[in-house]
Structure formats: structure tokens, C-alpha cells
Design a protein around this ligand. Structure first.
Ligand SMILES: [Zn+2]
Length: 138
């Protein structure tokens, strides 16, 4: 059953129209972002607001229905970043003036950033990125 339009809008506003994983702005996307289920419906997740996050298609498709990943350093199964439990700025920062996301904690799980960097560089040149309150390492 599709999510209620008002609920979808509430998720968008709460996220300030940014993908809650990669902080891409929805206004620069050719299509509206998706509403992601933090605990996927296939694993018993609900449509409650606290289980929803705004996600660009790229992040939503990469995350699929995973809630954990294998840490490449210690090979342990580790929960994926969960925007209802953590602050983005406590886990990530921008490098290369906003072209690249870096995890700031050793236990971060996030897909490798490569394909979107060229797009972000155009956004940076236009002054649309990174989001104003996001931490930058350089
Ligand atoms: Zn994203």
C-alpha cells in the first residue's frame, strides 16, 4: 500500500529535502526522492514516521533491504547508518570541498563514492553544495 501523501511530505520536510544518507538535495534531482524504510517492510518494518527516511534513488537502491554490512577493516557485521538514531554530522564529513563523503567513525558503512562526484563538483561550482550546516574536512 503506498504511503499517504501527507506522510511523505512530512518525511521530506523533516529531512530538509536532503537525502538522509548522502545529503544530496532533492531539488537538484530529476525525480523526487524515495521514502526509505529503515527497517524494510520485507523484514517487518512499518510505515511509522520513525521508520521512514528520505533517500535519493541511488542510496535507496544501494541500501536495498540491508540493515547491516560487513566492516571491511575487521570483517564484523555492523549496522548501516541509521538517520533516526544518529546525526549525519557525527558520522560523516565532506572532503574535496563537498565532492566526497568520508566516514568519521571507524565503524561506518557507506557505499563507495565515485559516480556522483562529478555531479557534486558542478553543484559546488554553482554554490548549491555542500549543505550549509554540514562539516567539511577541507
Ligand atoms: Zn542519497
Amino acid at each position: 500500500m503506498p504511503l499517504d501523501k501527507e506522510l511523505r511530505q512530512t518525511v521530506r520536510e523533516r529531512a530538509d529535502y536532503l537525502c538522509e544518507y548522502c545529503h544530496s538535495p532533492e531539488k537538484l534531482s530529476a525525480s523526487r526522492f524515495t521514502i526509505d524504510h529503515l527497517i524494510p517492510r520485507s523484514l517487518g518494518g512499518t510505515d511509522d514516521l520513525e521508520n521512514l527516511a528520505l533517500a535519493c534513488r541511488r542510496c535507496n537502491e544501494r541500501r536495498y533491504n540491508f540493515v547491516a554490512g560487513v566492516d571491511p577493516k575487521n570483517k564484523e557485521i555492523t549496522p548501516i547508518y541509521q538517520p533516526r538514531l544518529y546525526q549525519w554530522s557525527d558520522h560523516f564529513c565532506w572532503e574535496n570541498q563537498g565532492a566526497l563523503i568520508r566516514g568519521v567513525l571507524n565503524d561506518e558503512r557507506y557505499p563507495a563514492e565515485d559516480s556522483i562526484q562529478a555531479t557534486r563538483k558542478l553543484w559546488i561550482a554553482a554554490g548549491w553544495h555542500p549543505p550549509q550546516n554540514d562539516p567539511c574536512a577541507d
